[in-house]
Design a binder for this molecule. Structure first.
Ligand code: CP
Length: 324
């Protein structure tokens, strides 16, 4: 794997390979000594032009557990404020020895530009670009659903027939887009629930069903209910109901939580707006996988970095992903 830019172009075989390697990585995280020597001598640069808690720290933990060196770059406090371009910033960091660049950027398409412009030779991982995609979030979500549905060792298993309902601010959500492409590639049936003004205009071309009433969607008994963060900072001209109205009609409260089938899981990519799209009861309930998603994110990002930086060597080597 040269880059990881989106899930829309990821084949089922490639997606399963990442999820299966993530299972190997998760196994290594149960050991007393979690650190593997696999990426010793490699350097991973976290190039973040937007704020992040989970994704940036998770990539840092993943790289360090594979023994890579990590350089963290945040646009805040950098020479970006003096007008330095993406090209010059990336080339400056590559000159310091980057083998992989993990980039989060407010502009949709920035990771692809970095990967295809010829500015740098490092592998590029998209850590979220504008409203476009967030592929490792979708991979960790798929990993979480697969583990819950099929148990600890679900290697080789897709998500055929699994019902996933994604609720909320689909219009601004790169998480929703990456999940739609990945989950349907893996065979899941995806339903979107949103106020009509927060549904993207091109949604008729997506392989999903659209429902506007959350209670109807819950009555259809989803296996996983994924609540999205309301992105007030990106709302701009989009019409948004009052927070009270949104919460009443599209929020997951205690009553709706109770109406879900007993085996359904509740997901959220974080950060959560408690009391808006999800109540504290739902976020902290036994069926919430919010923190499990975070933990699984480290294994999935270890897999992505491993396949990016050691995958080609692995193909001609007998050493497996777990270092055995
Ligand atoms: N889910 C997610 O991308 O969270 P952060 O913005 O904290 O990285």
């Amino acid at each position: 794997m040269r880059h990881l830019l989106d899930t829309r172009t990821l084949t089922r075989a490639d997606a399963l390979r990442i999820l299966d390697v993530a299972e190997d990585m998760a196994d290594t995280q149960q050991r007393e000594v979690k650190k593997l020597p696999t990426l010793r001598g490699k350097t991973v640069v976290n190039l973040f032009f937007e704020d992040s808690t989970r994704t940036r720290i998770s990539f840092e933990a993943a790289a360090k557990r594979l023994s890579a060196d990590v350089i963290n770059f945040s646009a805040k406090g950098s020479s970006v404020s003096k007008g330095e371009s993406l090209q010059d910033t990336a080339q400056t960091l590559q000159a310091m020895g980057a083998d992989a660049v993990v980039i989060r950027h407010g502009a949709s398409g920035a990771p692809r530009t970095l990967a295809t412009s010829g500015w740098i030779t490092a592998g590029v991982v998209n850590a979220g670009d504008g409203t476009h995609e967030h592929p490792t979030q979708a991979l960790l979500d798929a990993f979480t659903i697969r583990k819950r549905r099929f148990g600890a060792d679900s290697r080789g298993q897709g998500l055929d027939g699994v019902k996933v309902t994604i609720v909320g601010d689909v219009l601004h959500s790169r998480v929703a887009r990456s999940n739609v492409w990945l989950l349907t590639t893996l065979g899941a049936r995806v339903t979107l629930v949103a106020p009509p003004t927060l549904v993207p205009q091109d949604v008729s071309a997506w392989p999903v069903e659209i429902v506007y009433d959350l209670d109807d969607a819950i009555a259809a008994e989803p296996d996983a209910l994924m609540m999205l963060r309301i992105q007030l900072e990106r709302m701009n001209a989009a019409y948004f109901p009052t927070e009270r109205e949104y919460s009443r009609r599209w929020g997951l409260d205690a009553r709706r939580l109770e109406a879900l089938p007993p085996a359904s899981i509740v997901m959220h990519p974080g950060p959560m707006n408690r009391g808006l799209e999800i109540s504290a009861e739902a976020a902290d309930s036994a069926r919430s996988t919010v923190l499990e998603q975070v933990a699984n994110g480290v294994s999935v990002r270890m897999a992505a970095l491993y396949l990016l930086l050691a995958g080609a060597e692995r193909d001609t080597d007998t050493t497996d992903a777990s270092g055995k």
